[in-house]
Design a protein around this ligand. Sequence first.
Ligand SMILES: [Zn+2]
Length: 168
Amino acid sequence: MSAPQPRRPRPALEIAPPLPPPAAERSAPYLLDFLPRETDADTRLARFFARLREGRLSTTRCLRDGQISWPPRTVCPRCHTGELEWVDLPERGRLYAFSAVLAGAPLGMEQEVPFAVGLVDLEGAPLRLFGRIVGKGWSELAIGEAVAVEPYLSADGRAFYRFRAGGP
Ligand SMILES: [Zn+2]
């Protein structure tokens, strides 16, 4: 029987540095929050929300292989590079499917029930996005209906996007 071999030292793991603690002014139970936190202190994708404030829905595209991802990424899921660029997405799309929230609304949205949510195929982009549908009641919507991307600000000042039906 051979003597046990000395353990080789393990290579140091490369771990991304942790994000700083969340902004002190936010004490809401954010795991139940429908809208994401969006500052540089909360996410590495703060640019997405900054662009929404400019009225632009955007995502990331890989500079190496051209892969467009949704939601936006910090690393390309195909080739794993971090070399990504921001690209604007189309402002119109068509309703692929929809449903209504009649109960169990996310935190802060209890007063807005019933409301519609749906999947939208963006015009000219290979992406199907989930989001809230406004402009029409859920019982008036139709599959294939044209909708417009609508960036907006929430009551507490965060930027997000939704889709508006019934436009021109
Ligand atoms: Zn890539």
